[in-house]
Write a protein of this length. Structure first.
Length: 219
């Protein structure tokens, strides 16, 4: 699947800024100082951000932008400056893809997206953590096609894949925090066919890039 080079540059710059900005925080603790257990415990969070979905349908690629929104929860363990955690998220999106030609119209919309995975973080300052994450993600697609040779066909296949990302989390108060994150998700390709498997067949390949902001509370 082809992606826009301009988008890749934007995503790369954002990722570098996340890590570079956090590592340059002037409030870094002195070597040997005790590191407060700022990032341990259970947390819940609300998420919102930019969602770019890229799809390939029978080799023809396209992409569209939208808004993602959802919630997550997890638990982190802190060992000095290292943080190891796990969590899950569920998010919706406003993104859908519509393609129309002289002989065919196609509609594709991702449904709710479920994610479960882990993360590894480094406490760069008493209130700042940088981290990487990865795990399993799954969503159900709504696919509809109508062309001059076949009647309108609709299917809702479920697709699964992997997600990787990196981000920065900043503590605000005793329990509250904010975070910024870039994540990339890639889903397995799927083929949708009519019930008889004779007159209709479409191959769908999907991935997405997201820039997400979160606000949460740690217990």
């Amino acid at each position: 699947m082809m992606t826009c080079s301009k988008s890749v540059r934007v995503y790369s710059a954002f990722a570098v800024a996340l890590l570079g900005g956090a590592m340059a925080v002037p409030a870094l603790a002195q070597e040997g100082d005790a590191v407060p257990k700022t990032f341990r415990g259970t947390h819940v969070e609300a998420l919102i951000g930019y969602d770019r979905v890229s799809s390939g349908i029978d080799g023809a690629s396209g992409s569209i932008d939208g808004l993602s929104y959802g919630a997550g929860f997890g638990h982190d363990f802190q060992f000095d400056r290292m943080v190891i955690g796990f969590g899950s998220e569920y998010a919706g999106t406003t993104t859908d893809l519509r393609e129309r030609s002289a002989t065919r119209s196609t509609y594709l919309r991702p449904g709710g997206d479920f994610y479960i995975g882990g993360r590894f973080g480094y406490v760069a300052a008493p209130r700042t953590m940088v981290y990487v994450k990865g795990g399993f993600t799954s969503t159900r697609l709504r696919f509809q096609s109508d062309d001059t040779l076949n009647p309108t066909y609709e299917d809702r296949p479920k697709v699964s894949g992997y997600r990787i990302g990196l981000g920065v989390e900043q503590k605000l108060s005793r329990g509250a925090f904010v975070k910024a994150e870039y994540r990339y998700s890639n889903y397995d390709a799927v083929t949708v066919t009519d019930p008889a498997g004779v007159t209709f067949s479409r191959n769908i390949d999907l991935d997405r890039s997201q820039l997400t902001l979160g606000v949460g509370f740690r217990f």
